[in-house]
Design a binder for this molecule. Sequence first.
Ligand code: ADP
Ligand code: MG
Length: 324
Amino acid sequence: MSNPLLEVKDLKKHYPIKGSSLFGSKHVLKAVDGVSFSIEKGETFGLVGESGCGKSTVGRSIIRLHDITSGNIYLDGADISTLNEKSLKKYRRRMQAVFQDPYASLNPTMNVFELISEPMKIHGNPSVAEQKETILHLLDQVGLKKDHLYRYPHEFSGGQRQRVSIARALSVKPDFILCDEPISALDVSVQAQVINMLEDIQAETGVTYLFIAHDLSMVRHISDRIGVMYLGNIVEIGSSEELYSNPLHPYTQALLSAIPEPDPTIEKRERIILQGEVPSPLHSPSGCKFRTRCPHAMTICQEVVPEMMEVETGHQVACHLFSK
Ligand code: ADP
Ligand code: MG
């Protein structure tokens, strides 16, 4: 680990919620509450956790779609965490995004040519001939055809629309693409195709991904390393392999036990069913936020917030079971 494209240090994003308590005083929703990790150049970092745990907020903070509460975000060594829109301009091209619902993120009145050329024109001044040449190459890269060029989003399937979104993100040759649940809305049969395509594109271009998903089954294949989030914090980080073969945090163990093991030679994991609901990020538990659902909760877990610590090289966990 020596060449991070992205470094996130103690990132916090808190939302003040007006009038959420008696007398209209302000409450604070801690959507992301101190998250640190880095992504190497050309690496895919997976971020998983239940809906509402703060994954999208981490992603959107990194590409500076909104201001952050505190912490630092470094892109290639440059601190972009507090830059204003004007200063961010030169970094915008380098960080692109693909979201879950391409229907919502693609303007329905634009055809494929217009959709893909739009970011190119924002970030440069290519001639129409240059645009067309680049777009035809991109269509090929994402598995679409030349005669898709003048079609509109409604004429495509969900998977094809997502391919258009990916081509659009790639059109400005980004260093980094935030993939926020890009396959969650697609048919299972199409999911693997899109994952394979993203992997091929990475092999060809060296682009770095942050790949967000709500379960561990698909991220395993695409991610080099994975971070597991719970209620605004990362509770475990490890290589995909390590996380699957040796999950340490009780929450990671529970998430993993919920996915079917396709390999019959691997002993079936014991199914761990978590008790209770995810607490609201407006009223998160003291100490370890997972303790209210943890099958191993101890007294210390109520009192002390567990620090992230490295248990083995590259494998970090925030859990008192591993405190010395
Ligand atoms: P995930 O992507 O893991 O499902 P999100 O990052 O979207 O989670 O949301 C994390 C938490 O922050 C949720 O409780 C969500 O309701 C809250 N949240 C997200 N965006 C806002 C916002 N703009 N204002 C207030 N709360 C928000
Ligand atoms: Mg999300």
